[in-house]
Design a protein around this ligand. Sequence first.
Ligand SMILES: Cc1cc2nc3c(=O)[nH]c(=O)nc-3n(C[C@H](O)[C@H](O)[C@H](O)COP(=O)(O)OP(=O)(O)OC[C@H]3O[C@@H](n4cnc5c(N)ncnc54)[C@H](O)[C@@H]3O)c2cc1C
Length: 388
Amino acid sequence: MKDVVVVGAGPAGCSAAKDLAEKGYDVVVYEKRQEIGSPKRCGEGLSSTAVKELDLDIPDNCKTQSINGALVYSPNGENVTIDLDETVGWVLERKMFDKWMARRASEAGATIRAKANVVDLLPDNRGVVVNIDGNKRKVESSVVIGAGGVEAPVTRMAGIKKSSNLQLVDSGYQYEMTNLELRDENKLELYFGKDIAPRGYVWVFPKGENKANVGIGIGGDDDRTAKYYLDRFIDKSDRFKNASIVEVNSGMIPVGGFLDNMVSDNFVSVGDAANQVNPIHGGGIREGIRAGKIASDVISGALSMGDTSCSNLEEYNKIWWKTRGKALKKVENLREVMEDLDDDDLNYLARELRGDDLMAFTRGETLSKLGKLLLKRPKMIKSARKLI
Ligand SMILES: Cc1cc2nc3c(=O)[nH]c(=O)nc-3n(C[C@H](O)[C@H](O)[C@H](O)COP(=O)(O)OP(=O)(O)OC[C@H]3O[C@@H](n4cnc5c(N)ncnc54)[C@H](O)[C@@H]3O)c2cc1C
């Protein structure tokens, strides 16, 4: 009998596993893929604020490029440059980073098992049925953590209502490319426009000299595929004409629809499985790790009281909403307003805003400044009021 079974060895699951193991609990993490972190479903961007806040001492071999700003392009090609004198983030190598997260959890005392597919929950969520090499076996536990990513198979099995509304997910597609021309090796590039990436953006995240993740996220309910828009973007620019594709990635990104309830009896859901992603840029590494930490504190408290019922685990909902949910909800409002902007509005905002404004907006801060600018666009008045 384990104290905790974690389903999924992504950043969220490994974060929870490490913290619980450090507190002395007997933890096992099952990961269905044969290699943790691969293939990635990620642009691999992580900010230095996140690294500091989460106390991550990331080894150099998990980072491919330091970032000191961004080039943000409006539909007419004008750009807002964010140029800072310091490193504000990195483009990671997820297959190294995720393995490092797993190694930390293992060194703290958790057991990690790759190629172990959790196929069912035991009654009352008191453990799982895991398929390892074709052999199904029951593993009992006091608590199960659902950290299975956006598809959230086990979270759904636990009866947690996770919407499948296509408006609340973005569809992501990405090529890792080599031999392309980068505009600036230390800057993220972001391209906006209804015709370029409806409801989303195209990104070029540098991974060292002439290498980058070139990807796109668009509304999940678009008539065309994300691949269609990304290929069109690439075909239009000479800078990709000698480039090669060394990896293809795709995946869904929850961009809102935060869950009021993420727990059930003996069960807690974390990370993408609980829609814990920043709705404006789709970043989920930071949110997942943070949620893993919150979950480990609440679960540890519940285990020590000998009561892991839903009502005791609800503390996790409360803490998450207070520390993250409220701010992310504002960012979700911003995403909804962004959906109403046409290319003219985006060009206008690119003229009026500075780089640090954009960074603050993604954190859900100073949104009233954006609201006030939009009040000057008659058709945007209704949307603008949501931000003031
Ligand atoms: C195209 C794209 C680009 C992105 N770019 C960024 C970015 O630049 N920066 C950023 O911060 N975020 C980005 N994200 C989001 C980020 O990748 C996720 O938010 C993050 O990986 C979530 O971590 P997680 O641990 O919750 O889930 P995951 O990393 O998805 O891990 C879940 C794990 O659970 C495993 N699993 C699932 N079901 C089972 C099962 N039944 N049994 C055992 N194991 C199971 C899966 O195999 C997987 O390894 C991007 C996402 C996409 C799709």
